[in-house]
Design a protein around this ligand. Structure first.
Ligand code: KG4
Ligand code: ZN
Length: 344
């Protein structure tokens, strides 16, 4: 290595918390040298959702080739890495264990630090991959298959969770409704697609806003309203228009997310909103927030769709800041399926 390269911080990021095996090599927090995602969506599609045992088996098969490909594409070897960052929770325990044990073995053998990354933090850090000019404080709306959180971010690693879902996550509700509508898995993109041909005012589903000023979410009532509408129609021998149902449900989910995000911005006075998680790829959510926030002179930032859903690049991005903070994980690091988001 030359003298200038020696100063580079090169992180290998590994993600295996659910149904994607992914690895990425990131240099100095912004230069993504490689990014490999091996998705299991096709494998799980025939079951209508992720089957945990199959997911962990698939991760075991793919982790090695995915890491090897990421290193090869980045033209680096283990000896060139500064550290290995890995998701250790939240997620499916069997899936997390494959990533954690693999990363631990590789980091130990290479004699470099292991960085344990919270998957939710990783989703938020996806924004730093493409936006280097973000200034704290930041507000993050994290909307994924398992979580719906509003988080104020005071500095790297310093968060406060302002609100979260009391029942279903936004993505989970979209997935369940899509399944009931026969649209398949994963549901969010299918609902978005079906909604293109539907009327969002055809059905009026409840928007649970909870107590005045609350930044918590609840999506299960809205989901049940769709299921009830479908069942009552079935009992009457009628069929309902699927694109209309998809459009009306998507609108209801987006209305609640936008309302709560605006409320959080108002309560905190923060001037930048970060979108994160799989549902952040939703076009209606992005466009509605774009419109609302431009009127309030609040900046909206979101990752490219590939960095919204699960990926190794976001884990490497979060790992970069952990590395700078000297926050290496112990060799006893274990998978924590129910890991919460807490400040360092
Ligand atoms: O972040 P993610 O990949 O996995 C978790 O950490 O949960 O999020 C997956 C979720 C799924 O519920 C999926 O239906 C949803 O993100 N999703 C979308 C879109 N793309 C993915 N929801 C709405 N619109 C989309 N375009
Ligand atoms: Zn995720």
């Amino acid at each position: 290595m030359t003298g200038s390269q020696e100063k580079q911080i090169t992180i290998l990021g590994i993600e295996t918390s659910c149904d994607e095996t992914s690895a990425a090599v990131l240099v100095d927090g912004v230069n993504l040298r490689s990014h490999i995602i091996s998705s299991q969506i096709v494998t799980h599609q025939k079951y209508g959702g992720v089957v945990p045992e199959i997911a962990s088996r698939e991760h075991s098969l793919h982790i090695r080739p995915v890491v090897e490909q990421a290193l090869a594409e980045a033209s680096v070897e283990f000896k060139d890495l500064s550290a290995i960052a890995v998701t250790y929770g939240p997620g499916l325990v069997g899936s997390l264990l494959v990533g954690v044990s693999g990363a631990k073995a590789m980091a130990y053998a290479a004699g470099i630090p292991l960085l344990g990354i919270n998957h939710l933090e990783g989703h938020i850090y996806a924004n730093f991959l493409e936006h280097q000019d973000l200034e704290f404080p930041l507000l993050a709306l994290l909307v994924s298959g398992g979580h719906t959180h509003l988080i104020v971010f005071k500095d790297h690693g310093r968060y406060e969770v302002l609100g979260y879902t009391r029942d279903d996550a936004a993505g989970e509700a979209l997935d369940k409704v899509a399944r009931a509508l026969g649209l398949g898995y994963p549901g969010g993109p299918q609902i978005q697609k079906a909604a293109q041909d539907g009327n969002e005012q055809a059905f009026r589903f409840p928007r649970a806003m909870l107590e005045p000023g609350s930044l918590d979410f609840s999506f299960s009532g809205m989901k049940s309203a769709v299921l009830n509408a479908l069942n009552s129609a079935r009992m009457r021998g009628e069929t309902l228009n699927v694109p209309d149902l998809a459009a009306s449900f998507q609108q209801a989910v987006v209305d609640v997310l936008v309302h709560k995000a605006l409320l959080a911005l108002q309560q905190t006075g923060v001037k930048t909103l970060l979108l994160a998680g799989g549902v952040a790829a939703n076009r209606l959510l992005r466009e509605t927030l774009e419109y609302e926030l431009s009127r309030q002179k609040v900046r909206l930032v979101y990752p490219s769709p590939v960095f919204c859903t699960d990926n190794g690049a976001m884990i490497a991005a979060a790992g970069y800041y952990h590395f700078l903070a000297g926050d290496a994980a112990p060799w006893t690091l274990n998978a924590v399926p129910g890991l919460n988001l807490k400040s360092l």
